[in-house]
Design a protein around this ligand. Structure first.
Ligand SMILES: [Fe+2]
Length: 175
């Protein structure tokens, strides 16, 4: 079992209490690791995907990668703004990510779309909890940031799932 690390806080004039900042740094640290993990899950898919609609899916994965990178930066900088020390290395991310490890042998478009949608759904659920936690702690700006990230992740989930959602076509039989 991994030992729980004490959040390192730097001296700051930030008005939130040290306790709240410590709790928010810990919360943001997990989301930073998850954002970093997703950054390379999307690249893994971008590099290795093959199959029908290759070019569209290859480009979509790169766009999702770029968006995840923006999330990495905004989460890390909120964390440092409240006095935290960002754990932003790939090594730290591998240890703290909320996502399951992405398979290295996936090839087909549907496989990548489905597997990435699992990651997006998992992070979406964790972000909802994080929004609640930040709200209860009284850190409105962290709550707002996680809400914004959640909105982006939910849109990404929609883009991924739209490739394979079962569509009811029974309306066609009416004419
Ligand atoms: Fe590329």
């Amino acid at each position: 079992m991994a030992t729980k690390r004490q959040a390192t806080l730097h001296p700051t004039k930030h008005p939130l209490s040290e306790n709240t900042r410590g709790a928010m740094v810990e919360l943001l640290q997990a989301h930073l690791a998850t954002a970093l993990d997703l950054t390379y899950q999307t690249k893994q898919a971008h590099w290795n995907v093959k199959g029908m609609n290759f070019i569209a899916v290859h480009k979509l994965f790169d766009e999702l990668h770029e968006e995840a990178e923006e999330f990495v930066d905004s989460i890390a900088e909120r964390l440092t703004a409240i006095g935290g020390q960002a754990h932003g290395t790939v090594h730290a991310a591998a240890e703290n990510s909320l996502l399951d490890a992405y398979p290295l042998d996936l090839v087909d478009t549907e496989g990548h779309l489905r597997r990435l949608s699992d990651s997006y759904a998992k992070w979406s659920a964790a972000l909802m909890k994080g929004v609640e936690e930040a709200g209860e702690a009284g850190d409105d700006l962290t709550e707002d940031l996680l809400t914004e990230v959640g909105r982006g992740i939910d849109e990404g989930l929609y883009f991924l799932e739209s490739h394979f959602q079962v569509v009811d076509t029974s309306y066609r039989k009416q004419d």
